[in-house]
Design a binder for this molecule. Structure first.
Ligand SMILES: [Zn+2]
Length: 345
């Protein structure tokens, strides 16, 4: 009798690719962001009289650089909205909220931001909303924490010409004055935008066997039945002749450096202080080299042909990853003869 296997045939793992994107704002967006930091909303006027938030860098009709900036109110009217029932990472809130187009008083074009209400019943087109400033402002769009409904009594006071309670006052009046005169000190000229992509990597059946091998302290490849080459990690088919590979081969944990690079440049998330060496290691019994870290020797003494061996992390740290091998280090044996690896450069 056959049973369905409960063990999944292939492995999968969540992967995140992330980097911080730093860019200069330019004078127009910089002015807008500086305004947010100082608690005011800066719009730009176009040649056909539209008042746009954020200001456009160039006029859409004449293509001239925008030079006419005006301050608009932190109060406006919802012109369109959508409900976000299940926010994803890095959205304005981790609870349900609305995204809306809000036309601020003094502007003619709507501005996109979040509205903090508890349910879709609490937002409607035509509703009056006001900016809720973030507790700490840095010169970013997140300086506006969200819009929130304007309390009716505030609108009445506003309409009666009383104190403008619907318009939260900037925290720093001096900074605001500077902004209005266009001479804001320490203007925002650069922003750092984290960029991040989460995805699920699904390993092929052959790769899954490779990663399961690593979890047992073994390095597994597959041999092509046509050209006899051994691929590590295994491909589903030979890249040279297209033949499907099936025969599993355990390769040696010792190999030869075929080529390498000395990393001198520091970067975000780097685990080792430069200089250090990344090298292609052709494991004995394999026909393709794997890229790994070389330690246990000064970077300037690493050379092609050097014999190295895998150094594994403590067993309790093993997962299903090539990182189970912490690094490679020299075996101390004489260098390999050039002819043994010349086809793998
Ligand atoms: Zn082949």
């Amino acid at each position: 009798m056959f049973y369905f296997r409960t063990m999944p045939r292939t492995l999968q793992a969540p992967v995140t690719v992330a980097f911080d994107y730093t860019r200069s704002t330019g004078p127009v967006i910089g002015r807008f962001l500086t305004g947010l930091r100082d608690g005011v909303i800066v719009a730009g006027r176009t040649s056909d009289g539209e008042v746009v938030v954020p200001p456009l860098e160039y006029d859409p009709v004449t293509h001239a650089a925008t030079t006419d900036f005006i301050e608009v109110a932190p109060v406006g009217t919802v012109t369109s909205w959508t409900w976000v029932p299940e926010p994803v990472k890095d959205q304005p809130f981790d609870r349900p909220f609305a995204f809306a187009l809000v036309t601020l008083d003094g502007a003619t074009k709507p501005f996109f931001h979040a509205v903090d209400v508890a349910s879709p019943d609490e937002i409607s087109t035509g509703m009056r909303v006001q900016v809720r400033w973030a507790a700490e402002r840095t010169g970013a769009i997140t300086d506006i924490e969200a819009f929130e409904p304007v309390a009716e009594r505030d609108e009445v006071v506003d309409g009666a010409g009383g104190p403008d309670r619907a318009r939260p006052q900037p925290r720093d009046e001096a900074a605001t004055e500077q902004s209005r005169s266009g001479e804001s000190e320490g203007a925002v000229t650069r922003v750092v935008t984290p960029v991040s992509l989460d995805y699920l990597y699904a390993a092929s059946p052959e790769e899954s066997a490779f990663y399961r091998g690593l979890n047992e302290g073994r390095i597994l490849g597959q041999r092509c039945p046509t050209c006899q080459k051994v691929y590590v990690p295994p491909r589903s088919a030979c890249p040279a002749d297209g033949t499907p590979t099936a025969e599993e081969v355990e390769v040696s944990q010792t190999g030869t450096i075929t080529t390498f690079c000395i990393v001198n440049v520091p970067f975000l998330g780097q685990k080792i202080v430069p200089p250090y060496v990344s090298a292609y290691v052709l494991l004995d019994g394999a026909d393709i080299a794997v890229l790994h870290l070389i330690l246990g020797i000064p970077a300037d003494e690493v050379r092609m042909g050097m014999r190295v061996k895998a150094v594994w992390k403590p067993r309790e740290e093993w997962t299903y990853s090539l990182e189970n091998i912490d690094h490679f280090e020299p075996t101390g044996d004489p260098d390999a003869d050039y002819d043994t690896y010349r086809h793998h450069l």
